[in-house]
Ligand binder design. Structure first.
Ligand code: C5P
Length: 219
């Protein structure tokens, strides 16, 4: 069948994961969570005791770490050096450190190569979610969505997901991560020129999924 690569980018907590999984499920496509890959790399570096304030140390250690991501939207899996890290990568320690790891150019090269391989392995029929998919990983994607939401809405959703009562602390943590992600030199978070902006602030998840499915089905 014909290629159908859907890129879903946007800041932290904009609802990308739930949206991208829902779209992949509805369209019968594979699903790749690239944020989970940066998180799994960060988990492995933390476990190895790598000094995360030293980009050269990160770059050297990252080369020896093997990641594997499953692409079933109903059961996304992620392994680092053979360890199932799906839960561990959502921990606060990983979330606080991941943007420093993701700013290291050679780490990005390593993971972008894996991401392109995964797209090819799935016959170019896949929803890929991240920060730089439309701009860098898959600039020829058939559809590019840039998903945003107001900071307070993002924090409220994420706090609910985390089971955390402190929406303000969550909002500050998201803002900090977005600042690092947007200001790094290597493929920063940015909306591709040809991406379609979707603001989910006043939409339900089902409405966001339907909007994107419609876009793909009746371009
Ligand atoms: O999407 P998620 O919040 O899991 O991403 C975690 C972090 O991974 C982001 O804050 C960002 O630093 C990094 N990331 C990235 N490029 C991507 C996906 C995620 O730099 N394509």
């Amino acid at each position: 069948s014909t290629s159908l690569v859907v890129a879903v980018d946007g800041p932290s907590g904009s609802g990308k994961s739930s949206t991208a999984r829902g779209v992949a499920d509805r369209l019968g496509l594979a699903y790749l969570d690239t944020g989970a890959m940066y998180r799994a790399m960060t988990w492995a570096l933390l476990r190895a005791g790598t000094d995360l304030s030293d980009p050269d140390a990160i770059a050297a250690a990252a080369r020896g770490i093997h990641l594997e991501s499953g692409v079933d939207p109903l059961d996304p899996t992620i392994y680092a050096d053979g360890v199932d890290v799906a839960e561990a990568i959502r921990g606060e320690n990983v979330t606080a450190a991941v943007s420093y790891v993701a700013a290291v150019p050679s780490v990005r090269e390593q993971l972008v190569a894996m991401q392109r391989q995964s797209i090819a392995d799935n016959g170019d029929r896949i929803v890929v979610e991240g920060r730089d998919i439309g701009s860098t990983v898959a600039p020829d994607a058939d559809f590019k969505i840039y998903l945003v939401a107001d900071p307070a809405a993002r924090a409220a959703r994420r706090a609910a997901e985390d089971g955390s009562a402190d929406a303000l602390a969550t909002e500050q943590a998201l803002a900090k991560r977005d600042e690092i992600d947007s200001n790094r030199a290597a493929s920063p978070l940015a909306m591709a020129d040809d991406a379609v902006l979707v603001d989910s602030t006043y939409m339900t998840l089902e409405e966001v999924i339907a909007t994107i499915v419609d876009m793909v089905e009746q371009p």
